[in-house]
Design a protein around this ligand. Structure first.
Ligand code: SF4
Length: 303
């Protein structure tokens, strides 16, 4: 059954000249039919260079929006219109305008996990992989880091000379990991290295042997000489690493590390999108695209 749907997807994808992007947190049946698999910003960059005129994003809304910002001439479809990201959507542009009015001279740094309308008010974007190097290159001493206070605090710790403000909120999945859970899993697997995403709370990050983006965690685990790892990010990464490195052992930090929004897309949704019966085309006016792409261009310039 799954195989039949996958074959129909591959046939339609070719017939309709569609590039399928799948974020690494998607289910395996979707990863198998994707043209590209990876982190959100890497996917948007790959979609830009792909020859296809239509792009189908299997991920959450801000990822499809970022894809549209980098490739405004392409038709970009979000596979499941219900797939949002609570962290990316937690602020409105007015919140940033207010902060700027009250803090003249401050830079607003936006994690790439933000909505396009929020990006229109920000000075520069960062990814979890580039956050330290980009913030380090900013002239401004006063910074507001949005929307993830945990990533913001991680950056702030590395730049004590800067005044980095954050706002409460963050990723409800990574942010929910508790120190006690980490200690218990570490005790169970004393020889394992603990690899964690910086969206976790600082007390959890402090216990890590490696802190990095999803692709950073995967690269580290694959290249390491070590044989056992506790994975402190979405549960699908543990399974993917185990498949990629059968000679190593990977343990999920918690069975609750599942992002429901990332899992909102099903294989049938992908099929329906290709049939023209589902998904949502991302539509943005020129003014929004022009303003929202600026902080991304600034990130690329500094990076
Ligand atoms: S894992 Fe967290 S940051 Fe990523 S999409 Fe889900 S809620 Fe958003």
């Amino acid at each position: 059954m799954i195989r039949d749907i996958q074959e129909e997807i591959l046939r339609l994808k070719k017939e309709k000249d569609v590039c399928i992007l799948a974020h690494s947190y998607q289910t395996c049946d979707i990863l198998e039919i994707a043209d590209f698999v990876g982190d959100s910003f890497a996917l948007s960059k790959l979609a830009k260079t792909a020859p296809n005129k239509t792009v189908l994003m299997c991920g959450v809304r801000f990822m499809a929006e970022t894809c549209k910002l980098l490739s405004p001439e392409k038709k970009v479809i979000l596979s499941s219109p219900h797939a949002g990201c609570p962290m990316a959507e937690q602020f409105e542009p007015e919140d940033i305008e207010k902060f700027k009015a009250e803090n003249p001279g401050s830079a607003v740094v936006a994690y790439i996990n933000t909505t396009a309308k929020l990006k229109t008010k920000c000075d520069v974007c960062v990814t979890s992989a580039s956050a330290l190097s980009i913030v380090g290159k900013l002239e401004e001493k006063d910074i507001l880091f949005i929307p993830d206070p945990n990533l913001g605090n991680y950056v702030a710790k590395n730049f004590p000379e800067k005044n980095i403000k954050v706002i409460n909120g963050g990723c409800p999945i990574h942010g929910a990991i508790k120190v006690d859970e980490v200690k218990a899993v570490k005790e169970e697997h004393p020889d394992a290295l603990f690899l964690v995403h910086p969206e976790c709370v600082p007390e959890v990050v402090e216990l890590a042997d490696y802190v990095g983006s999803t692709s950073g965690i995967m690269k580290y685990a694959k290249e390491s000489q070590h044989k056992e790892f506790i994975i402190g990010t979405e549960i699908s990464i543990t399974a993917q690493l185990q498949m990629a490195c059968p000679d190593k052992k990977f343990y999920s930090l918690s069975k609750d590390l599942i992002c429901p929004d990332m899992k909102a897309t099903t294989l049938v949704d992908v099929l329906n999108c290709l049939k023209g019966e589902g998904g949502e085309e991302i539509v943005m006016d020129e003014e929004t695209i022009k303003a929202a792409v600026k902080p991304i261009e600034k990130m690329l310039e500094l990076g």
